[in-house]
Design a protein. Structure first.
Length: 408
C-alpha cells in the first residue's frame, strides 16, 4: 500500500523511500539506509525490487541484471541470503506487530508486497503530475499548486548514484521527462495568471536541472523583462548563449531572436565593486550533467586533472569512443551516429566527467573518482547503450586507460 502522505513522524511506521536526486530510506525518524552503509549490494537489490514494484521478478533475472559477472550458483545463494537480510532490515524497523513482509516469494519469483505501508517519492511525484494535468482545464489554480508540489519534490535524476547502471536508464528518462513537462505546463498556467515572480523562481530552479531547454530560458527571459529586471535578463542571455555555443554549437540568440537586442534596453554600467561582480557570478546557473567542451578546453582540463591526480593520488582515466563503418554495404550515416553517441554520453555520464568531440568520428572522455574496474564498466555500459539504439551499420570501438603525469 503506497501512502500519499509525505510527512514524517517519529511514531509513523510508514516506510519512506526517496529516489529523486538522492537515495534515502526512512522509518519514522530513523534513516535505515544509513544503518547498513557498507551493504552496497543489499541496497542495490532493494533499489531493483522497488523499481520493479508491481512485477514478479524471477531470481535468475535479478542475478543477470545485478551481478552478471558472478558465478551463478554463488549468486543464487547470495540472493537468498540478501533477501532474508533485506526483509529483516526493513520489517524489523516497523513497530506495528501486524506488519506484513515487504518482499514476498512465490514459485521462484520475488516481488515487492503492495500491502507494505510505504511512501515512494517517485510514485507521489507521478501522481501529482497526473492530478495537475487533469485539473489544468477546469481548476487552473489547483493545477498550479499540484505542479508546484511535484516540481519541489523532484530533486534530480532517479537514483543518480546508479548513473552507469543500464536498468535505471528508462526510469531516469521517464521521470526527467515528467519533470520537464510539468515545468513547461505550470509556466503556461502562470503566464495566464500574470505571475511573473513565480515563473522566475521556477525557471531558476529548473535551469539548474535542465539547462539545455530553450523554452525554459525563453520563459525566464520573458518573465524577467516583464518584471523590469532588464540587466539580469541581458546577463543571463549572454551567459546561456556562450554555454550553448561552446558545448552544443548552437547560437541561442538565433533560437530566441526576440531577446537578441536586450543590450539596447540597458545602459552599459560597469561597477568596480567585487561584491557586485560576485553577485552576478552567483546568479549564473551551472549546466547539469557532464561537461562538454572543445579540444582546447579539454587539453587544459586534461593537464589540470593530471596535476590534481599527482597531488591526491586518485586515478584519472582517459577514454575514447570512435565510430567506423560496419562490414555491410548499407549506407553509414556518420552524423546521425555521432548525434546518437553524443546523446548516449550526456545521458550516461556524471556531472564531474569531461567530454570532448575530438574530431568528426571520435569523442574523448576524462573520468575521475573511479577505480579501473568501475571505469571499464562505465565504458562498457555506454557501448551497450549505443549499440542497442543504433540502427545504422556502424562499429563503435572504445578504449580506456589511466593517465600519468609523465605523459605531459
Amino acid at each position: 500500500m503506497l501512502s500519499t502522505n509525505p510527512i514524517q513522524d517519529s511514531q509513523d511506521d510508514t516506510l519512506r523511500i526517496y529516489t529523486l536526486g538522492q537515495f534515502c530510506v526512512h522509518r519514522g525518524d530513523r534513516v535505515i539506509s544509513s544503518e547498513a552503509r557498507r551493504s552496497y549490494k543489499l541496497w542495490e537489490l532493494f533499489k531493483f525490487i522497488i523499481s520493479n514494484r508491481g512485477r514478479n521478478i524471477h531470481g535468475d533475472n535479478i542475478i543477470e541484471s545485478l551481478w552478471p559477472e558472478q558465478d551463478y550458483n554463488d549468486s543464487r545463494n547470495s540472493l537468498h541470503s540478501m533477501i532474508y537480510r533485506l526483509r529483516q532490515l526493513i520489517d524489523n524497523n516497523c513497530h506495528n506487530t501486524h506488519s506484513v513482509s515487504s518482499i514476498v516469494f512465490s514459485t521462484g519469483t520475488y516481488a515487492w508486497n503492495d500491502n507494505t505501508n510505504c511512501w515512494l517519492d517517485a510514485v507521489h511525484f507521478e501522481q501529482l503530475c497526473a492530478a495537475a494535468r487533469q485539473a489544468s482545464s477546469n481548476e487552473p489554480s489547483q493545477s498550479i499548486n499540484l505542479y508546484l508540489e511535484a516540481i519541489d519534490l523532484y530533486k534530480g535524476d532517479y537514483l543518480p548514484e546508479l548513473t552507469y547502471t543500464e536498468w535505471t536508464i528508462p526510469l531516469r528518462n521517464y521521470y526527467h521527462r515528467l519533470y520537464v513537462n510539468a515545468v513547461q505546463d505550470v509556466i503556461s498556467l502562470l503566464l495566464k495568471a500574470d505571475e511573473q515572480e513565480k515563473i522566475i523562481e521556477i525557471c531558476e530552479k529548473a535551469i539548474q536541472l535542465e539547462f539545455y531547454k530553450e523554452e525554459i530560458h525563453a520563459a525566464y527571459l520573458f518573465a524577467l523583462l516583464k518584471a523590469g529586471s532588464i540587466a539580469q535578463a541581458r546577463s543571463h542571455l549572454e551567459y546561456a548563449s556562450s554555454v550553448f555555443q561552446k558545448e552544443m554549437g548552437i547560437d541561442l540568440k538565433n533560437v530566441l531572436p526576440h531577446f537578441s537586442s536586450l543590450h539596447e534596453l540597458e545602459n552599459n554600467h560597469h561597477a568596480p565593486d567585487l561584491a557586485v561582480i560576485q553577485k552576478h557570478l552567483d546568479k549564473a546557473a551551472e549546466p547539469p550533467g557532464c561537461m562538454l567542451c572543445n579540444p582546447d578546453v579539454f587539453r587544459f582540463l586534461y593537464k589540470t586533472e593530471l596535476r590534481r591526480s599527482e597531488r591526491s593520488g586518485q586515478p584519472v582515466f582517459l577514454a575514447m569512443f570512435a565510430l567506423e563503418p560496419g562490414s555491410t554495404n548499407k549506407s553509414f550515416d556518420l552524423r546521425s551516429c555521432m548525434d546518437l553517441l553524443h546523446r548516449t554520453l550526456t545521458v550516461n555520464l556524471r556531472r564531474g566527467d569531461v567530454v570532448c568531440q575530438w574530431n568528426d568520428q571520435q569523442y574523448l572522455l576524462l573520468l575521475t573518482g573511479l577505480d579501473a574496474d568501475q571505469a571499464v564498466k562505465a565504458i562498457n555500459r555506454i557501448q551497450l547503450s549505443f549499440e542497442s539504439n543504433c540502427k545504422y551499420p556502424a562499429k563503435l570501438i572504445n578504449d580506456v586507460k589511466p593517465i600519468v603525469l609523465t605523459h605531459l
